[in-house]
Design a protein around this ligand. Sequence first.
Ligand code: NAD
Length: 262
Amino acid sequence: MSAPRFADRFAGKVLVVTGAAQGIGRTVAIRAAEEGGRVVFVDRADFIAEVAAEARDAETAAFNADLETYEGAAAAMRFAEERFGGIDILINNVGGAIRMRPYAEFEPSQIDAEIRRSLMPTLYCCHAVLPHLFARGGGTIVNVSSNATRGIHRVPYSAAKGGVNAITQSLAMELAERNIRVVATAPGGTEAPPRRIPRNAVGDTADEKGWMADVVRQVKETSFLKRYGTIEEQAAPILFLASDEASYITGSVLPVAGGDTG
Ligand SMILES: NC(=O)c1ccc[n+]([C@@H]2O[C@H](COP(=O)([O-])OP(=O)(O)OC[C@H]3O[C@@H](n4cnc5c(N)ncnc54)[C@H](O)[C@@H]3O)[C@@H](O)[C@H]2O)c1
């Protein structure tokens, strides 16, 4: 099924999309560029420039940064400003559960790693982008959260995404008077092609594969539609919320999970 195109929703806008090398972020960044946006693809993957070049008839740029550091987040925003003269829309997509384990099985260092991956990039980027949005007189931030705020075997990730929801609501209240909307989607389980960059660089143990199977079962059971979504089904609402079509929506976290609400 090919995705419907909404010509020019992002004409005249500069977007920064984080975690754009693969998965949901890649599709969002390419579609935003093909809908007229000038898009900075940010990722720590070294092949990010190749992905940015995939967008057809589009103006894109690529920037390598580790967004688990504040300096990486600030450098990405400075790059967008220098390259395209400002920022209108930030899409905070970096994140993803590294390990599936019952909470009692997590080692302390593994708890920290989940928070660094799925909370800190959004917290840092939301801060680092503000001077750029203020200079523009307004803008939009879309955070990619998760319905895993209610789910088994990934409690540290659930906590990180609960934090993303809190950032969304509180920052939206604070920034409404600055003409800045802050919104989020909460994706459910999403089918993806095999990942070029694995979530867990050291691979899953046999136990973790079993716990992952439990998660897949739980996610399908708690969704009304009893299936995973597609990357296109996740990209579409992110792009809608990022666009001016969503001008009266702020502070909301939209579940995109076949009926599950997270
Ligand atoms: N895929 C799902 O089933 C699902 C479900 C719910 C929520 N989500 C959320 O959607 C978002 C995207 O998920 P996905 O499955 O498409 O992701 P993915 O794991 O396939 O890709 C993540 C991208 O982020 C990049 N990245 C990771 N850490 C980074 C860092 N520190 N600095 C810079 N780049 C970094 C990776 O290199 C990769 O390109 C995540 O926030 C995830 O939590 C995904």
